[in-house]
Design a binder for this molecule. Structure first.
Ligand code: PA5
Length: 448
């Protein structure tokens, strides 16, 4: 079960300067209908992610079972949309101790920071490791660099047997990984053509690692299907979670100048959910001068770090809290405490967590800061399926409100192209010239 409580974004709670009037939401009624029609026509194209909840998962489960039987370590080599979704699923559904006394242990090689790469290598035994190389384009610098080093290490250690230690998840037709994988008879899994990185968590990109770690991926998809039904079919705005979420953020942004969207779960298991959301919201909607800056905060930790600013600084934020009603693990505070602290006696850590959230929300209302709360009764694969799909649909829908394409990332590509040029890639000679024209160290302070 998921609840969305948007009381504290409404004008009758926090006033019209910061809060939204019911009429401001209903104003979009006809436009919502038009957009929903357009999305229906795009379900087999740009909105192909809406088909993913209905897929057959038997191949993914078969491959995952083989990995679980044969390997003690599972390393994902990929970055951005090719790693964040899997990490988010594993942390939220397997808990913070997902590698403790368990097999296979899961690691990610995303960055090209040699320290990070080395730390992963030190924790695995390469002959007992399956490497899942994930890249839609099949050519991302970080992924290909990390893969190339691992390939050499495997060849040196295992000879011809190196091939059995790789699984490639990539575009069904194009790219270096697809070509190399085919030539070398490596197990290949497809990312559907129309699905880009940040919308790919429900393809083998997220589902294979999740299944390897023992997550019920069918239940995850069942949650996503439920949310797809509500998001695409429900006509009443107030009953449609994705449209409501999208409109609340859009109106807050363009009419109330809330240019920052903070997401603050009161559950550390959902910490990587925020990283995943940050990419989805920023890379999809940050275009042509539009978009809200997504910011990560964690309750209660950031109450002691950020809330001062959120309450009393510039009124440029809308905050989404995520609350979990029931926790699998809890600790009770002893009864026999000294008088000064005995107000805590008999309560539990989870109870304090949720009471602190209530206190923080109320303090924000007093300062007229818009905030909404998404409550999960428990962290289950079904609920996480609903939650992630809610944000995917809301993001896609928001693209129509801002009149931008939520599925491309031209500003990211530019940085990648300059990197290719700097690394001497063929065909990027003009980019190198452009780089030399643009790059300057004109005002520099050197301190020794
Ligand atoms: O969402 C996106 O498209 C990006 O974040 C990509 O996932 C990221 O750049 C990695 O790209 P690729 O999967 O092609 O290696």
């Amino acid at each position: 079960m998921i609840k969305i409580d948007y009381t504290n974004v409404m004008a009758d709670m926090i006033g019209e300067i910061n809060g939204i009037l019911k009429e401001e939401i209903l104003f979009f009624k006809d436009f919502v209908k038009e957009i929903q029609e357009e999305i229906k026509n795009e379900r087999n194209k740009s909105f192909f992610f809406t088909q993913l909840p209905y897929q057959d998962t038997s191949l993914i489960k078969e491959v995952a079972n083989k990995i679980r039987e044969k390997f003690d370590f599972f390393v994902l080599i990929g970055i951005g949309g090719s790693s964040l979704g899997a990490e988010m699923l594993i942390q939220s559904l397997k808990g913070l101790d997902f590698n403790l006394n368990k097999k296979p242990k899961f690691f990610v090689m995303d960055n090209v920071d040699p320290e990070k790469f080395d730390t992963v290598l030190k924790q695995i035994e390469i002959e007992k490791t399956c490497f899942n190389v994930v890249s839609k384009s099949g050519s991302t610098v970080e992924t290909i660099a990390n893969f190339s080093i691992v390939l050499k290490l495997l060849k040196d250690k295992l000879g011809e047997n190196w091939k059995n230690h790789f699984i490639f998840t990539t575009d069904p037709q194009k790219g270096f990984l697809r070509k190399f994988g085919k030539e070398n008879n490596i197990q290949l899994l497809d990312i559907p053509s129309y699905v880009g990185g940040r919308f790919s968590v429900l393809t083998p990109v997220g589902l294979l690692p999740a299944a390897v770690l023992g997550i019920d991926i069918d239940d995850l998809l069942a949650g996503a299907r439920k949310m797809d039904f509500l998001s695409s079919e429900e006509e009443k705005i107030k009953e449609n979670p994705a449209i409501l979420l999208s409109l609340i953020h859009y109106i807050s942004n363009v009419r109330k100048r809330k240019t920052i969207s903070v997401m603050m779960p009161y559950s550390e298991r959902l910490s990587l959910f925020v990283d995943w959301y940050r990419q989805l919201w920023a890379e999809s909607l940050g275009k042509e001068g539009f978009g809200q800056t997504p910011v990560k905060a964690i309750g209660t930790i950031d109450q002691h770090s950020q809330i001062q600013l959120y309450r009393d600084g510039i009124k440029d934020k809308i905050i989404t809290f995520i609350q979990v009603e029931k926790s699998d693990i809890d600790y009770k505070i002893p009864e026999d405490l000294p008088e000064e602290i005995n107000y805590l006696s008999g309560h539990s850590l989870h109870e304090i967590l949720n009471k602190e959230l209530l206190g923080t929300k109320t303090a924000l209302v007093k300062s007229k800061v818009p905030n909404l709360t998404i409550t999960l009764d428990k962290i289950t694969s079904y609920n996480i399926g609903m939650l992630l799909y809610l944000y995917e649909y809301a993001t896609g829908f928001s693209g129509y409100l801002y009149r931008i394409n939520p599925f491309d990332q031209p500003a990211v590509e530019e940085g990648k192209n300059f990197t290719y040029a700097l690394m001497g890639r063929k065909g990027y000679e003009n980019k190198l010239k452009e780089f030399k024209k643009l790059y300057k160290e004109k005002y520099l302070l050197k301190i020794v």
